[in-house]
Design a protein around this ligand. Sequence first.
Ligand code: VGL
Ligand code: ZN
Length: 200
Amino acid sequence: MSQLSGTFNINRHDALLITDIQVDFLPGGALPVTEGDKIVSVINQYVSKFKAADAHIIASRDWHPPNHISFKDKGGPWPPHCIRDTQGSEFSSALKLPNPTLIISKATDQNREAYSAFDGTNLANELNKLDIKRLFVSGLATDYCVVNTALDALKLGFKVVILMDATLGIDVQQGDVDRAVKTMLNHGALTAKMKDFSQK
Ligand code: VGL
Ligand code: ZN
């Protein structure tokens, strides 16, 4: 057998974290990530793989109140987006979330920005309850939610693998995404693509 593939064997101590695959972050939405829709089918493939290996599926969502501090009219950097319980905050209809999926809502306080899925949520507790040791991170946006979530996970002692074919970023400044990836690697994250998983 070739050793060139199958680097990662997924098990029940692993979780696939699907970051913010919401209508507003996809083409046509309020804060679209260019080609963000292209990774949704890849994420669906990862979901199948992780399900088959008895691993956990977690989906985060940006879940802002109507006057969130990050919105331009409140002095923040972003157009209004992902306002809770609106169409823009819904998960993409192309995303195939299985049952059960653990849903983590973040940045829910009007006066506080929170890019990390750990910030102000019970994600760390949930991971510990489920005995999850390693997070495979996918979704949007590499240079905001993904990097902040990954760094918090590493700080908390979880292993982190960034799924490079299943994440995309905004690149407000050219190079932001590359810098975010370097930062995650410097803090101990690994990267992987579909070919790095065993085919079983
Ligand atoms: C995000 C910009 C604004 C993210 C959230 O989840 O990456 N980016 N709000
Ligand atoms: Zn936001």
